[in-house]
Design a protein around this ligand. Sequence first.
Ligand SMILES: Nc1ccc2ncsc2c1
Length: 250
Amino acid sequence: MRLDVVTIFPEYLEPLNVSLVGKARARGQLNVHVHDLRRWTHDRHHTVDDTPYGGGPGMVMKTEPWGEALDDILADGYETGSSAPALVVPTPSGRPFTQKLAVELSERPWLVFTPARYEGIDRRVIDEYATRIPVYEVSIGDYVLAGGEAAVLVVTEAVARLLPGVLGNVESHRDDSFAPGAMANLLEGPVYTKPPAWRGRDIPEVLLSGHHGRIARWRRDEALKRTTAHRPDLIERCEPTAFDRKDRET
Ligand SMILES: Nc1ccc2ncsc2c1
């Protein structure tokens, strides 16, 4: 997979050099190019924004630098053998970013991220490229951020870990809170490791029992408890399992 990120804060994307994404890049599973948008400005001040038409607070990112940047990046990708790019526009007004969308994005060969600052990018940029390639406008949540770079880090990690060979233990996907299966749509319950006792706190007995059926049931019960407490909206979406059917029979 090829990833391009166009930003006025390239240093914000340094975390893409470390950990899971960094290792995937080192192994050649991910090809990441971070571009400074100001490279495509031509004035002394490297201007990327201007006041909004219609008035109002803040500034809007100008069309010209984005257009020149995206044209160059797409041309470079095509020339070097990449194909089927999609634009990923991080924006608070986008569709919610979910595990399902992470899976969809992970199946694409090339993503071009356009994190904005200020009040956003002039709409004509997105409309222009939407005539050529798929555009995903994506929100990572309902809160105020200064820009979209943090969202690029979130989306990139969620997508990269789904790429074949990136996660060592193929089982790791199975237990994800939002991956398909018995624990789908449930929040993960508590986890424990050695030492067996710590400041007077022991490990739940069932986890030491070696009884895999009981352990699986306990984990699902704990996940149901946690989900009921923190995300009741997910409960009606979770799949009934053998445990639930037995409960209904008894
Ligand atoms: N403020 C804010 C909230 C969510 C979000 N998602 C992508 S960019 C962004 C910005």
